[in-house]
Design a protein around this ligand. Structure first.
Ligand code: FMN
Length: 99
């Protein structure tokens, strides 16, 4: 089993939370930085035994469009996921449902 820290964090707040969360779990952590526009996310491939902690900020109560696009390129292959949403104390509305 591998532990993946998949995170989008333009100003660093979501990454702080994601690092704290994944750091508290067992295992070596592989970070996938969805903020990095130069990465080819189609090369990221998980297995059924892996766990992905996927952390995003809420934008307008939703998953940021660019996150949906980049995350859609990742091959999940049935890995289990823990979903984390960081927000600015207004409301996260549909972010977790959409994620
Ligand atoms: C374009 C934009 C839209 C946002 N929309 C919301 C929102 O709907 N609700 C909310 O509570 N915070 C909202 N925020 C605040 C972010 O969710 C919050 O600042 C988050 O921590 C930023 O994450 P980051 O530090 O990883 O970039 C918004 C921020 C931006 C830049």
């Amino acid at each position: 089993m591998k532990l993946y820290n998949i995170v989008f964090s333009p100003t660093g707040g979501t990454k702080q939370v994601a690092d704290c969360f994944t750091g508290a779990l067992e295992g070596d952590v592989t970070t996938v930085d969805l903020t990095d526009s130069k990465q080819d996310f189609r090369t990221v491939s998980l297995t059924k035994e892996d766990v992905a902690v996927i952390s995003v900020p809420s934008y307008g109560g939703r998953v940021p469009a660019v996150v949906a696009e980049r995350l859609g390129m990742v091959h999940g292959n049935g890995a289990r996921a823990v979903l984390v949403c960081v927000y600015g104390n207004r409301a996260y509305e549909d972010t977790l449902v959409e994620l």
